[in-house]
Structure formats: structure tokens, C-alpha cells
Design a protein around this ligand. Sequence first.
Ligand code: NAD
Length: 499
Amino acid sequence: MSTPTRITHLIDGRPWTGTAERTSPVYNPATGEQTGALDLASAALVGDVVKSAAAAWEGWADASLAKRSGVLFAFRELLNERKEEIAALITAEHGKVLSDALGEVTRGLEVAEFACGIPHLLRGGFSENASTNVDVYSIRQPLGVVAVISPFNFPAMVPMWFIPIAIACGNAVVLKPSEKDPSAALAVAALWKEAGLPDGVMQVVNGDKEAVDALLTHPDVKSVSFVGSTPIAKYVYETGTAHGKRVQALGGAKNHMLVLPDADLDLAADAAVNAGFGSAGERCMAISALVAVEPIADELISKIKDRMGKLVTGDGTRGCDMGPLVTSQHRDKVTSYLDAGVAEGATLVVDGREAEFESDGEGYFLAPTLFDNVKPGMSLYDDEIFGPVLSVVRVHSYDEGLELINSNPYGNGTAIFTNDGGAARKFQRHVQVGMVGVNVPIPVPVSYYSFGGWKNSLFGDTHAHGMEGVHFFTRGKVVTSRWLDPSHGGLNLGFPQND
Ligand code: NAD
């Protein structure tokens, strides 16, 4: 077994050379080997980094739109060139298969492409002669130092939901990646310097609660973009806003796929398997509850079982369909739901513990697992499991299915499978979920729309990327301007009226 590599912060464009008081192990989940030792930042170090970012911000905020978009274009090109390297880092620490990791980088790249258009996106409005000889115009200005705190499941893409837009808008960023798989985010962050971004505008501190709390309470941090589990998202939202910050905190999910009796069941079975087991179910948009409107459940389950029989679980570098879970603790937690499901009365149709795995080491594997007859009140249904466990819930009407989805405390993503356009339209209108797919199981919006859920899946009112991202990372200002005309002088204490 080789010695774990030191992984550290990226401060002012360079790896940190200090000595960490605390470190955290990083593993290859496909083999169980510890590959890295991650430096964890103290609150004092976070304070120094924020100070340095604030100093760098002054110059960057004044950089012209031409200069800023030039850096964005260069960053986009570098990321495109290095996307295979970044994908390999994701697979090595997260475990997802290489093709999926590459897909993740590509979706992040799309946000950089969106941000390349920042001169257009930041254009304000101008009204000439709003009052006689008075012009009114609107501008949007950067916030200052903004914090991004990201989860393990999309180590490259989630930071890129925010960072290209934040930088393009003229902010300085402090990123705190997940301590479970930090290397991909660090590699992407290093590209900014190569792209011509001044040192200090893009900082990365690694850490845990201590670093997060330091960011949430630091007076020079103006906004927080958080993605992670619901309890932490709620905590981040409450603490950040209590300290005067603008906060968008995206939380957990329980995504339902409603299959109506008239749906193409082969299409629905493919979609359920892809969306249930891709990335080992560790996607916030994964389908975990398959809501089958009778009488189709038996036929749909049989088609899903056939497809599951063809899936290979193993090391993500070997062309398998599905990789391991991120840590042994997480694998054990997910596995515990299998026993709980049986004890609570659900029917275990395919047991992922019984599969063979393709790996040389002791990876954290659990193969795709299918339950039938799952109901609200069972932990399988009530909890966000975040693993390769698909639960079939049988209902007897469209209305019963809709009611089930709308009663769930989460509202991230959902999908309907049907050939009835009227039913699909009714669903997209009445379902209380932020992102809706029609015959599309993982409806992740493209970068020029915004990503975000409802209810316990998002705290704050602003979704990620698209125009909502541009608004989140800027403050609006309206200027009312008159160049002096002596005929409009004189005293008048009344409220300004337009003439
Ligand atoms: P997590 O909540 O454990 O960690 C997220 C971040 O919070 C990490 O950077 C972590 O270091 C930090 N953190 C952890 N504990 C903390 C604490 N006590 N105080 C302060 N900070 C803390 O989430 P995770 O396990 O890394 O990611 C999986 C979760 O993220 C799932 O719930 C998933 O649904 C969610 N997620 C949501 C979205 C979305 O768009 N809604 C996207 C991706 C992931």
C-alpha cells in the first residue's frame, strides 16, 4: 500500500505550505485504499484566506467586462482540454464510473460557457427622458467575497454551478469542497490562474464544520452558496442569514417517477434503471421512488428486473455500469435500509448484497437493489437513502400518485412517464417540485435555466445558475440622472414627480 498523498488548500494561486493541525483521510472507494491525507483548515486560516480574497477582489471588481469574459473563455478552453484528467480524479475519490464522471465535468463546463456571455447577461436597462431631461438606468454590481460549500456527490460540477458566474460577475470566491473527494475541485480551481485570473480571486480551503462555521460568520463573506444534505443546508441558511449574508442552500431530495398506465413501459423501465442506479444512486436528482399506477406494476417490475440483471458493479475505471458508494460508512448505512425495509413489510425483489463485484480491493460496493410494495411510513420511503435502492410504490390513480408526491417534504426533482399530453401538462402545473421531467427521468436544467428544488430541497429563494445565478452574485442599483439645466433649478420639498 502506498503512502497517502498530502492534499492541501489553494491559497493565492499556490498550494498552502503551512502545517495543518488536523487532517482527514481520503479513500479510493473502489479499493478501500487510503490515497490522500487532506489538510483541514482552522478558523484562523479561513479568516486569513477571506482577508486575502477581499484584497484581491478590489482589483477584480474593477476589471472590464472584456477582461472578465476573456478569462472565462480561457478557463472554458482549459477545462475542455483537461476534462479527462478531472474525470479520472473524480472516479478515484468518488467512485462513479469514468463515463459518468466525464458527463459531470461536461455539465459544469456548460455553466462556464453560459458565464462567457457575461457582458450580455449584465446589461442593465436605460430609459431616456423618464422625466424631462432625466434619464434612469439600472446596473448590477458584484457582492465581494462569496463562499461556495459543496457536497461529495458532484465534486466538480456543483462548485461550477456557482463559481464561473460568481467570478464573471466580478466577485472573489472561497470554495470549501467536500472533504471526502476534494481533488477534482482543486484541479479545476488551479485552472483559473492559468486562464489569467489574478491570484486570490479564486481560493480553496479544505475543511469540515470548523471551516464552514468560519465562512458563515466572517463579516467579509457576503454570500454563501451551499449544496448538501437538508439538516446542514437548513443550518447553513439559518446561520448565514443571521450573520447578514445572502444564502442559497440546496438540500436533500426524494425524487418520484410517476408512471401512468398508458406509458411506454420499456422506456419507463430503462429510465427507472438509469436514474435509480446511475452514480450508485448518489445523485440529488436520482429517482428513488417509482410510483406505478396500477395495473402496470407487475409488468414494469419484470422489465426492470431484466435490465438490472445485465448491470455490472465494480471499479469505475473498468467499464462497469455502476461504481461503489463513497465511503464504507455510507455503504453500511445504505445497506442497513435493506434489512429495515424487509422488517417493515416491503418486498425485496433484487438484493444488491448478493452480486459479484469487479475490483481488486475491498471496495464499498452494493449492487442495484429493488423493493416492491413500499409505502409512506417505511424508512425506505421516508428517508433520503442516497444509494442504489429503488422502491416501487403502487397507487391506483393519477390523483393518488400526485398526492403522494406533493405530501413529501422534499421537492427537488420528479418525472412523469405517459403518452397523454394532457396528463403531463396537468402534472407539470400541479406538482409541488422545482424540476419536472416529462418522459425525462433526470430533468437537470441546462445552464441557462436555473437549478433548484422546493420545500426542504432548497432554503433561500434563489436557484443555481442561469439568470438567477447572475442575480444572486450581484446587487442591483438604479441611477436617476439629470445633467444640469438651469430652467429646472429652484427649491421644491415635494416628493419627486415625473413631468
Ligand atoms: P453533507 O451535508 O454531509 O456535506 C455538504 C457540505 O457540508 C460538505 O462540504 C461538508 O464538509 C459540509 N458539512 C458537513 N457537516 C457539516 C456540519 N455539521 N456543519 C457544517 N458543514 C458541514 O452532504 P454530502 O453527504 O456531502 O452530500 C450529499 C447530500 O447533498 C445529499 O443529501 C444530496 O441530496 C445533497 N445534494 C443536493 C443537491 C441539490 O441540488 N439539492 C445537489 C447535490 C447534493
